[in-house]
Design a protein around this ligand. Sequence first.
Ligand code: PLP
Length: 405
Amino acid sequence: MQAEFWRDFPILQEQIQGEPLVYLDNAATSQKPQMVLDALNQYYRTSNANVHRGVHSLAERATIAYEIARDKVADFIGANRKEIIFTKGATAGLNIVATWAERLLKPGDEVLISIMEHHANLIPWQQVCQRTGAKLVYVYLKDGQLDLADLKTKLNANTKFVSIAHVSNVLGCVNPVKEIADLAHQVGAYLVLDAAQSVGHIALNVADLACDFMVFSGHKMYAPTGIGVLYGRKSLLEQLPPVEFGGEMIASVSEQDASWAELPYKFEAGTPPIAEAIGLGAAIDYLNQIGLSKVTAHEANLIAYLLPKLQQIDGLTLYGPKDRQNRLGVFSFNLEGLHPHDVATALDYQGIAVRAGHHCAQPLMTYLGTNATVRASLACYNTKADCDRLISGIQATKEFFNGLI
Ligand code: PLP
């Protein structure tokens, strides 16, 4: 039976170029269900005020709603509420962790990342390594996914941080995080997990994953833009200094000095993204209402359906693992002789939204020997009919350009 989650997402009723929209750019951002739209509307209509500041009733309503959202996030990833720092998104979270790392790293130390990292989990480490004299070391691929043997040879007593994507935004492979975390901990390194592409698709439990830090963005899991989460193990966060200053992150301030509020507030300077956090809470409610395991199973069915169909297309090169084990719904490909932007434009003419470009993973593109790929990525509201539209859209694109050549 086909899941009908798509009915919950008003934008999916849109027509694009006269065709019903097939939205397959979910790795860039997901669409928002009515429940999230309603939560935002409701907040602004009934509760809008600044948090943690006022004693008036609206301020209290806003503060309660904002803090309830934090509880929902904590439950969602199996964390303590003090370990949940609201940020702008995954990028902001990774930059904060890298700022902390800068205090620790010295010449001779190593930071281990993989060649598949999004620039958000690469450039902050490049910068920190350049400033501290630490070395940025890469793990490469085998069979379209992370080469664990390569990781094992590169981990050593100098490794201080291992920062890795849970799921690649290009290859779609799911990395064995728990195993990597255990290996990292054996050499005394911290494990930083970029969960931007796994959140909302598969369960995330920080204890099971054994990560020290984890980041994700709300907008990729049906929540608004402008909100993300940085999880940090409480014992670590307690020792770490604030990165931004001002607003309610203080315990007290004198003319020449200040002391910090307790966790997590010492890391949330200034007015936070209140409505967005409440929207994130609503997105979690939405996923809990469906049941995340049902979403995972639905997407797994679509992956099993789409993967062989893509692999059968003549002249299509698909990147990432060849089988559906260890794969989520991110399919990067190229069509022989065609530029990815032309393919994406041709698909858009048929109402199909996919991404084309380097996907903020230029070192990976270089490693794969290409400048860019087309990327189709799934979310809970996609259907087998969407997959069929993609396949026939690719065939039509090939025929169209072959006719021109
Ligand atoms: N990490 C990965 C794997 C991503 O795919 C992305 C966004 O595409 C990010 C980090 C950055 O997320 P954001 O732009 O929401 O901060």
